[in-house]
Design a protein around this ligand. Structure first.
Ligand SMILES: Nc1ncnc2c1ncn2[C@@H]1O[C@H](COP(=O)(O)OP(=O)(O)O)[C@@H](O)[C@H]1O
Ligand SMILES: [Mg+2]
Length: 293
């Protein structure tokens, strides 16, 4: 048996690692259970902690195509599920010889050929099972969530003109949320829940090494320690893993051998991006680095 049916959480962790993702224990376990139980995973947590990347890595690991639905305010069925290809329908009607009965034309233009499949429909209509990423679901409204529930629990959709369309294959589904609003209980009930947070120091060190292998080890270690210190402060937006990686890459380019107070000051805007945060961090952490040097 291949990656398609992992035998343990350790299997999944090793597979994700090969796919460039360092999963913590609970991530590997939830991903394993989701693959085996056929349940969607709801991944929640602050921005930049690896929610979206988990879905991408799952698709590489399982060797399945990734179908992504990026959510936004006002996203509707027409963009998420399907819509009729009006232009093509119009052309079809125009091409029709005069005298053809309306019934005949109508049967024709509401056939699958005139349907535009959007990500959700693509995901369940695919011949090969896919990984479906529904990214930032908290940006949509509750109505959209309700529509999604039907799809996620029955793996089928109903198109008034066509009837019920059942899934050809079942996708592995990951939903992500930045926690900007509380999701409905109904949605949560259907999903396995994974809370991703800022990683522990050793874990983040591994991630930084993976993304910036050229960074000297002592610098990498100092970097994650400083990042952890910065996260302790009461900031508008604490630095995430994404910022740690960017900082590490910048330090590589600069050939930094050490994170001195000076290096810290000049690269501060890579890790904090609010004016008030910049002031707080410069004052609280910059001073400590200066004292240590
Ligand atoms: N566990 C991990 N292993 C490897 N890379 C990671 C991990 N977690 C986060 N990253 C990296 O951190 C960055 C931000 O991750 P992303 O998935 O975009 O965050 P989110 O979707 O939570 O906002 C990406 O470059 C990603 O590759
Ligand atoms: Mg994301």
């Amino acid at each position: 048996m291949g990656a398609a049916s992992p035998q343990s959480a350790e299997d999944v962790a090793a597979g994700l690692r090969d796919a460039g993702y360092l999963a913590g224990d609970s991530t590997a376990l939830v991903a394993y259970l989701a693959a085996r139980l056929g349940k969607p995973i709801l991944v929640e947590g602050p921005a930049g902690v690896g929610k979206t990347e988990l879905a991408k890595a799952m698709s590489r690991y399982l060797d399945r195509r990734l179908v992504r639905l990026q959510c936004y305010e006002g996203l509707d069925e027409a963009k998420a599920l399907y819509e009729w290809n009006y232009r093509k329908q119009l052309l079809r009607i125009q091409a029709e010889a005069t005298g053809t009965g309306w019934d005949a034309v109508q049967d024709d233009i509401f056939g699958e050929e005139f349907l535009l499949a959007r990500p959700l429909m693509q995901a369940i209509g695919s011949e090969e099972p896919v990984v479906l990423l529904i990214d930032e679901i908290d940006k949509t409204d509750q109505e959209f969530e309700a529509m999604l529930l039907e799809l996620l629990s029955d793996f089928q959709i109903t198109i008034p003109e066509l009837g019920r369309i059942e899934a050809r294959t079942h996708p592995v589904v990951l939903l992500t949320s930045n926690n900007s609003r509380e999701l409905t209980e109904a949605l949560k009930r259907r999903c396995l829940y994974l809370w991703l947070d800022y990683p522990a120091i050793e874990h983040e060190l591994e991630i930084v090494r993976l993304h910036a292998p050229e960074l000297p080890d002592t610098v990498a270690r100092r970097l994650v320690e400083v990042i952890a210190m910065v996260r302790e402060l009461d900031l508008k937006k604490p630095p995430s893993i994404a910022e740690s990686i960017d900082w590490a890459r910048a330090l590589v380019l600069m050939g930094a051998e050490e994170i001195t107070a000076e290096v810290f000051r000049s690269t501060l805007s890579i890790i904090v991006k609010h004016r008030t945060d910049l002031d707080t961090v410069a004052e609280r952490v910059g001073v400590r680095l200066g004292a240590a040097a």
